[in-house]
Design a protein around this ligand. Structure first.
Ligand code: FES
Ligand code: FES
Length: 163
């Protein structure tokens, strides 16, 4: 099968590679770029494990072809930590509140949370539950995830106040 040469800005860095027209974005990220933090679950848009940000918006990377992201910007879970490798506020809050068990859903949850807090710096419980409603977790019962996102919102608010 012929391939297309594409360039996607991934976690702030331009990544150029060949992709078959039918290669999904999640396969491109994991197999071509070796960014294996984003997980593959259902492969048909139901579980949210593959969630990444496309130009800042959360999307299912299993439902998009890599060639459709040519020229666009993608953020994966690897892009959340800062340049020193320190965890982001959202990652740290998940650790602090024990918001993961097996961790399979966690990369997608983190990206959904990141997108929410970018749009809404003080979300209610209902808004948090709505934001993660497309991400399935088989382990936690969701309450710790809600707690984590509330804690991250508080941390980010304190950081802004002290800036
Ligand atoms: S693997 Fe993409 S939504 Fe489940
Ligand atoms: S922590 Fe196991 S699926 Fe969410």
């Amino acid at each position: 099968m012929s391939t297309m040469n594409i360039t996607i800005t991934v976690n702030g860095r331009d990544r150029r590679a060949d992709a078959a027209p039918r290669m999904t974005l999640i396969d491109f990220l994991r197999d071509e770029l070796r960014l294996t933090g984003s997980h593959i679950g259902c492969e048909h848009g139901v579980c949210g494990a593959c969630t990444v940000l496309l130009d800042g918006d959360p999307i299912r990377a299993c439902l998009m072809f890599a060639v459709q992201a040519d020229g666009l910007s993608v953020t994966t879970v690897e892009g959340l930590e800062d340049e020193t490798g320190a965890l982001s506020a959202v990652q740290d809050a998940f650790w602090e509140t024990h918001a993961l068990q097996c961790g399979y859903c966690t990369p997608g949850m983190l990206m959904a949370a990141q997108a929410l807090l970018h749009e809404n710096d003080d979300p209610s419980d209902a808004e948090i539950r709505e934001a993660i409603s497309g991400n399935l977790c088989r382990c936690t019962g969701y309450q710790q995830i809600v707690d984590a996102i509330k804690l991250a919102a508080k941390t980010l608010s304190t950081e802004r106040a002290n800036a």
